[in-house]
Design a protein. Structure first.
Length: 70
């Protein structure tokens, strides 16, 4: 299911607070304006991204993710 119209693009900025095991607590820092798009980005990063061992637990990373309709 495409949430965007053809030619439309949006960005969501996420904030990830890294845990000792390389996973992160992820939330929206700046919204794309579409709740469903924000939720998909948060869950995808939370479920698929891992930070390497050696990252300081509690470190905050900001992540920009762009989406385009096609």
């Amino acid at each position: 299911m495409n949430l965007l119209h053809q030619g439309e693009s949006r960005w969501v900025m996420l904030k990830a607070v890294i845990r000792p095991d390389g996973t992160a607590e992820v939330g929206v820092w700046k919204s794309s304006g579409l709740t469903a798009l924000n939720e998909r980005a948060v869950s995808w990063v939370r479920d698929h991204w891992r930070w390497p061992k050696g990252c300081v637990p509690g470190t905050t990373k900001r992540i920009a993710i762009g989406f385009s309709g096609w």
